[in-house]
Structures are given as structure tokens and as C-alpha cells.
Design a protein around this ligand. Structure first.
Ligand SMILES: [Zn+2]
Length: 182
């Protein structure tokens, strides 16, 4: 399928008909054929990305034990329905109406948590300390000095964590995936 462009759609953020959406169909390792949609509003700058798998997989949870710096290069495909969590640090990213899907690496996920944290303005001394601690934790994690678990849960089964350069023939379908990278 050639990339398709939808012009002048209604923007969910500002209500103007200035939303441009690019739709691309791709074969993703572990996911099969998926549609990637990227929207941008030229009035208000609203952007939205989503990954829609063409098959229904049902509820799925992936866990990656990040116990070596190489694991920071694992690929994270997060649809807007996916919930990301690092229990060791208490960091969580919940799906929501303005939630974006993205494809990045484990390190990229840490960058996103860092960006989101930097935008938070703490109202109490306690919250300020917690923010500093979390930023320190993320820095150590990016340097490979923290061992942690990345959990990606998706009721639509679209999101997932896959090894870099993994071959499509290894992809599993249906049931919970075997431990990876062991
Ligand atoms: Zn807009």
C-alpha cells in the first residue's frame, strides 16, 4: 500500500479542519502487518501517532529484564493503548485520549520519562525531592548502572518489546511470549 494522506480533517484539540494524517502500512517484526498513522495539526501543533495492528491479538503483557547495557537497545513498539511501567522506579505511562503511540528503544522510553518529568513543576518540597531522585535514577539507568524491568501491557495486544534486528520468523502469535534475550 502506498502511503495515504488525509488532508483537512477535524483536529480533536482545536476543532479546526487543519489536521493532516499520513497513513502507512508496514510489516513489523513480531506484529505482522500494521498501519502507522501520524497526524499533525497546522493550526495548533497537535500531533498524534498510533500503531494499529490489522489482527486482533487480545490482551498481552511483555516484560524485559534490563540487566545489561545492550538491553537499552531493545525496540519498544507502544500503541496508544499500551501501558508502560518500570516498577523499580515507580515510573508509569498510561494510555489516554491524547496518548501517542511510538516506536523507540528502551533508552528512548527513559528519555520520554525524563522529558515528561522535567515538565512537572513540583508543588511541595517532598515532590521536588522525588523529582530529583527520579531524574538521578533515569540517568543511572541510561548509563547501564540500574537493573530494572520494563513492562508493556496492552489490552489490544498491539504493543510489544522486541530484540533489535530480530527476524520475523521468530515471532510468536497468540499466547504470552517466552522470556526474551535470555
Ligand atoms: Zn488543532
Amino acid at each position: 500500500m502506498e502511503p495515504q494522506v488525509i488532508e483537512d480533517a477535524l483536529c480533536p484539540a482545536c476543532g479546526k479542519k487543519t489536521l493532516r494524517t499520513v497513513v502507512v502500512e508496514k510489516e513489523l517484526p513480531h506484529f505482522g502487518r500494521a498501519v502507522i498513522m501520524t497526524s499533525k495539526c497546522r493550526s495548533c501543533g497537535y500531533t498524534h501517532t498510533d500503531v494499529i495492528e490489522l489482527e486482533d491479538r487480545g490482551h498481552k503483557t511483555d516484560r524485559l529484564d534490563v540487566d545489561a547495557p545492550e538491553k537499552l537497545n531493545y525496540v519498544v513498539v507502544r500503541a496508544s493503548s499500551g501501558r508502560l511501567e518500570i516498577p523499580e522506579s515507580g515510573l508509569e505511562l498510561h494510555p489516554g485520549p491524547f496518548s501517542n503511540g511510538f516506536i523507540t528503544t528502551v533508552e528512548g522510553v527513559l528519555d520520554r520519562f525524563e522529558d515528561a518529568l522535567r515538565k512537572v513543576i513540583p508543588e511541595t518540597e517532598e515532590a521536588r525531592k522525588r523529582k530529583e531522585e527520579l531524574l538521578e535514577w533515569i540517568k543511572r539507568a541510561k548509563d547501564g548502572k540500574e537493573r530494572f524491568t520494563l513492562i508493556l501491557e496492552d489490552p489490544r495486544g498491539v504493543s510489544g518489546i522486541i530484540p533489535p534486528g530480530d527476524v520475523p520468523s521468530l515471532r510468536e502469535r497468540g499466547e504470552s511470549p517466552p522470556p526474551r534475550g535470555q
